[in-house]
Design a protein around this ligand. Structure first.
Ligand code: NAP
Length: 502
């Protein structure tokens, strides 16, 4: 793992070098182009004296996405310094761009590189081959991935390279290339000292790559999991599932995979991932806006019955032959959270009267499951037509949200987003209808919504959205691993994330 040094002074870079070593980096890259002026040979030697880690020296010109000016004189000075750097014992490697004339490159320790900050070059393979044919010690190709499937092409390059290779994709979609580099035997990956200190877009921090993504445990056999959605950057799922894998000693890693909306985008990613069986993609969580696309891709015949009725799945398992199966663990997570709090089994929901507030995606999954287990459901929604449509489909009744206070139900479930962060003072009801014995709020941020506080004040039992969220993640883990999930570990992760507001 290579940590770029991006301070704007030599003293700052030296301090970063020691911090990187203490933070678990295996190598550092002195990015001389981040300095206000090119250091001379002596200053460089001073910087590297008793360096705690092997050092790569780089001075990236602007034409390759760096900060160093492109003037002819400055280019001469830049290359001269890089040649001298390659002679220093304390320097492990020198990064030189492919567009540098061969006779001006250092003679040894060369990482020959090409960077594209705009996108993925049309001639990607040709570029990699040209670098491969050179007498460089290490090949490096870095481009900006517009999609996750484009980022997978870095693995094709690394696998085809006869020399050690750095193949990385920049941007949010490129994260998979950075985390799985080790699985494919790459020369390394880059990880920054902290956010705001990256040398390229999408670079993870050392803390995340080591603790969240367990870099040290990744090897050729690591199974790959992830969450597909847009947005996914703030999803809690990577933290929960990676902690669960760590606690149960699974050789597995879980990544956020941003796939833009649209069935064709979902299909393109899935086709590209499944065409690379060596990726060892074994399971996916699916979130908004792809739950319906996931069902269509996996096929109703391979999905759980209620998931098919709901029209959406959130879990895919891929076996070693590439066969896909799908489940909806949202509804089961919600129903089990409710039943656990009431001390009843799912079948005991039969005949119970339930008021469901909301007719969106969460409402749909919960109404379908409640009706499936025989509950009598009234759906209250701001847009009455949506409630009516849902009620017709799932054999229940519809009413305007304003009628909810007069509900005669014994169970009340909020499936609207009212009360969700940042509108934490909002509440779908001013009073809890008489006769209600349990209130379940699917909103989990904040944990204690105003609705739940209102119920508690009236001595009514409550169920938080956290239980539903946790249950759906636990069910996913058990589907993928056939092992009991470490519930307490997973709960702690969610609690910590929600409390810290990360
Ligand atoms: P969605 O499809 O967008 O539906 C939103 C629902 O909230 C609709 O019924 C909408 O009514 C209603 N709504 C939104 N703002 C409203 C307002 N100001 N006044 C009245 N009604 C309003 O969203 P979703 O996917 O169903 O998610 C809904 C909530 O469920 C989320 O906020 C989330 O916290 C929670 N959730 C929790 C979990 C979990 O694991 N705990 C999982 C999924 C969802 P209209 O139809 O009139 O627009």
């Amino acid at each position: 793992m290579i940590c770029p040094l991006t301070a704007d002074s030599l003293e700052g870079m030296r301090a970063e070098m020691f911090l990187a070593a203490a933070s678990g980096a295996e190598m550092v890259e002195a990015r001389l182009d981040f300095l206000p002026a090119l250091p001379d040979e002596n200053q460089l030697r001073d910087l590297l004296t008793e360096a705690p880690l092997p050092v790569i020296v780089t001075c990236r010109p602007k034409r390759q996405g760096g900060r160093f000016g492109d003037g002819e004189g400055s280019e001469k000075a830049r290359l001269s310094l890089l040649r001298k750097a390659s002679e220093l014992e304390s320097v492990a490697a020198v990064d030189v761009e492919l567009d540098t004339p061969p006779e001006q490159r250092p003679r040894k320790k060369v990482i020959l590189s090409h960077h594209d900050f705009e996108g993925c070059p049309d001639n990607l393979e040709e570029l990699a081959e040209a670098i491969g044919r050179s007498d460089s010690a290490v090949n490096k190709v870095v481009f900006t991935a517009r999609t996750c499937e484009e980022a997978l092409r870095t693995f094709d390059l690394i696998r085809a390279s006869a020399k050690p290779m750095l193949g990385l994709a920049m941007g949010e979609a490129g994260l998979i290339s950075r985390i799985l580099a080790k699985k494919f035997g790459a020369f390394g990956t880059f990880a920054s000292l902290g956010s705001g200190r990256q040398s390229a877009p999408g670079q993870p921090t050392l803390a995340d790559i080591k603790k969240l993504y367990r870099w040290d445990d990744i090897d050729a056999d690591t199974a790959v999991f992830g969450v597909i959605g847009a947005p996914v950057a703030h999803s809690l799922s990577p933290a929960i599932h990676n902690a669960a894998f760590a606690a149960t000693a699974q050789n597995a890693v879980y990544l956020p995979l941003r796939i833009e909306p649209g069935d064709e985008n979902f299909r393109r990613f899935m086709d590209a991932a499944l065409a690379r069986p060596w990726l060892d993609l074994r399971g996916l969580s699916v979130t908004i806006p792809h739950k319906q696309n996931a069902l269509a891709y996996v096929g109703a015949e391979n999905c759980d019955e209620l998931g098919v009725r709901i029209g959406a799945i959130n879990t895919i398992r891929i076996d070693s032959t590439g066969r896909l199966r799908g489940w909806n663990t949202d509804y089961s997570g919600a129903i089990d959270a409710l039943c656990d709090a009431m001390g009843i089994a799912r079948v005991d929901l039969k005949g119970r009267s339930v008021a469901v507030l909301g007719a969106g995606g969460a409402g749909r999954a919960i109404v379908a499951a409640l009706v499936h287990y025989g509950a009598k459901v009234v759906i209250y929604n701001r847009t009455l037509q949506k409630a009516e449509k849902l009620a017709e489909e799932f054999n229940s009744r519809a009413a305007p949200l304003s009628d909810a206070p007069t509900s005669e139900a014994e169970i009340l479930i909020n499936c609207t987003s009212i009360g969700m962060h940042p509108n934490v003072d909002d509440c779908p009801l001013e009073t809890i209808p008489t006769g209600v014995i349990v209130v379940f709020d699917t909103v989990y941020n904040p944990l204690q919504t105003r609705l739940l506080r209102l119920a508690e004040a009236g001595g009514i039992a409550t169920v938080t959205g956290l239980e539903m969220f946790l249950n759906q993640a636990i069910a996913q883990f058990e589907i993928w691993t056939s092992q009991k999930a470490p519930r307490d570990v997973m709960r702690e992760v969610v609690m910590n994330k929600l409390i810290s507001g990360e």
